[in-house]
Write a protein that binds this ligand. Structure first.
Ligand code: GLN
Length: 302
């Protein structure tokens, strides 16, 4: 495994300079684009890494998997009256379908959908910030995981589209919180800083039928773990999900910080980070690295 990761790190070098870092969030625009890290965590407790694997980065939309997992437990099947389960085929921050679809987002991984799951958490907890943070800390067994307040503030100052989404859905009755408070929570969970090792570990429960192998605790039922993985497979990479499935063959979730985490149920989770993005907002080198990974290891869900 270590040889394969080292080989991937060499093989991705020619791809630097082919994408662009996220520039609509000023703090993310400052990140050095020439960085790469990859970690594989197995359900038996082994971790393999290459590159800058201890460097923390902004997980952004990867946090949508954590809030979905929490919201599924809180709302159970009622959640699916408020958010759909179909790929959107549009950009992650698009407003276009919401008007005709009565304020019900296509899936929990576009921004509108994650605002709904975050709304569920805010409605239920008095301190939603710490509930989310503690949930993520528990998953990767790292009490040091924190928000990056500068990233959260930076996003708040450039939040017109997300603000529009929140108010628009509220007009349909699908958001119950104060939209500004909701956006603040959403930007904070998007700003969580993690390295590829933490991220790979935090997705192990999805590789292990809902049970976190790091402490033996059931995070969600086996059925719900299957469902989260299915949603990642169909909607985890926005309007790029078909090409990603074709090339990589793993359920996965990306973020505009340049991270992508994939899962092979029964075996491992794999996190990769490289800040330059393709046109859909997914890590360009991250996608390439995962494509090489499933090719070299011959391990994918297909
Ligand atoms: N916080 C980002 C946003 O709302 C998350 C988007 C992403 O990672 N795709 O735009």
């Amino acid at each position: 495994m270590q040889d394969i990761l080292d080989r991937i790190e060499r093989d991705i070098q020619p791809y630097f300079g082919m994408g662009e870092v996220a520039n609509y969030i000023p703090e993310l625009a400052k990140v050095n684009p020439k960085q790469f890290a990859m970690s594989v965590a197995t359900i038996d407790g082994e971790v393999f890494s290459c590159g800058d694997h201890s460097k923390k980065f902004s997980i952004q939309s990867i946090s949508k998997v954590f809030v979905l997992t929490m919201a599924m437990e809180l709302l159970q099947d009622e959640l699916w009256n408020r958010v759909g389960r179909e790929p959107s085929g549009t950009a992650f921050n698009s407003l276009v379908q919401l008007e005709t679809e009565q304020g019900i987002p296509r899936n929990p991984f576009i921004n509108a959908g994650a605002l709904v799951t975050t709304d569920a958490i805010n409605q239920r907890f008095t301190d939603p910030y710490n509930e989310i943070l503690n949930f993520v800390r528990g998953l990767c067994q790292n009490p040091e995981i924190k928000f990056d307040d500068e990233v959260a503030q930076s996003e708040f100052q450039n939040s017109e589209r997300n603000t529009a989404l929140a108010y628009f859905m509220k007009s349909f009755g699908n958001i119950h919180s104060d939209p500004i408070k909701l956006l603040d929570i959403y930007f904070h969970h998007c700003s969580i800083a993690m390295n590829t090792e933490d991220l790979a570990k935090s997705f192990l429960f999805l590789a292990n039928a809902g049970v976190n192998p790091l402490n033996g605790e059931e995070v969600i039922s086996k059925l719900k773990a299957k469902r989260v993985n299915s949603l990642m497979l169909t909607s985890g990479l926005y309007d790029n999900v078909g090409d990603f499935a074709y090339r990589v063959g793993l359920p996965a979730k990306s973020g505009v910080g340049g991270g992508i985490v994939g899962v092979l149920p029964g075996e491992f989770s794999v996190a990769v980070w490289s800040p330059e993005l393709n046109l859909s907002g997914n890590s360009l080198i991250g996608t390439k690295a995962l494509e090489l990974f499933t090719s070299y290891t011959e391990k994918s869900i297909f």
